[in-house]
Design a protein around this ligand. Structure first.
Ligand SMILES: C[C@H](O)[C@H](O)[C@H]1CNC2=NC(N)=NC(=O)C2=N1
Length: 149
């Protein structure tokens, strides 16, 4: 199924649809390697590297960007393959942070010597892992907390 099967659902409070579409287009159209999730609320893709060391370095670099932007991925890793999904949990949908971090992942992956493959077949099981992690996170994830007393 191609990304044209779902349409993007931007999160409430996002920039104008035109601005968001302009940022989204290069990620999912020709040359772009991201796919919209079936519900249109996320972008996902798989990254492959030559070694686990390079993979882990890439993930560390991504995690530093997450800290800077206060935004986290739904992701999973097995050996040299990393699956990443960007979606905003609150308010739900695709936000500019998701689009920016997806682009940042692309450029970091290049820096760390990404191995580009034609097929994303290897991502299937990793999608499941990320889904499980997301489900286990439950309410701990992105639920605004009352101020501590
Ligand atoms: C309170 C804190 O700002 C929020 O939980 C942030 C943190 N990182 C986040 N990351 C993602 N992916 N979605 C969110 O809604 C989100 N919210």
């Amino acid at each position: 199924m191609s990304s044209s099967m779902s349409s993007p659902k931007f999160s409430a409070g996002s920039a104008s649809p035109a601005t968001m579409e302009a940022k989204l287009a290069p990620l999912i159209s020709e040359g772009g390697r991201w796919t919209l999730t079936a519900n249109g609320e996320g972008l996902e893709r798989t990254f492959k590297f030559k070694t686990f060391a390079k993979t882990w370095d890439f993930m560390t670099a991504v995690s530093l960007q997450c800290k800077l932007k206060n935004h986290h991925p739904e992701w999973s890793n097995v050996f040299s393959t990393t699956f990443i999904r960007w979606t905003t949990h609150n308010p739900r949908g695709l936000s500019s942070k998701d689009l920016e971090l997806a682009a940042i992942c692309d450029s970091l992956a290049k820096d760390f010597g990404e191995v580009v493959e034609d097929t994303a077949a290897s991502s299937c099981q990793l999608t499941g892992l990320a889904d499980k992690a997301k489900d286990s996170a439950g309410e701990d994830c992105c639920t605004p907390r009352p101020n501590s007393k």
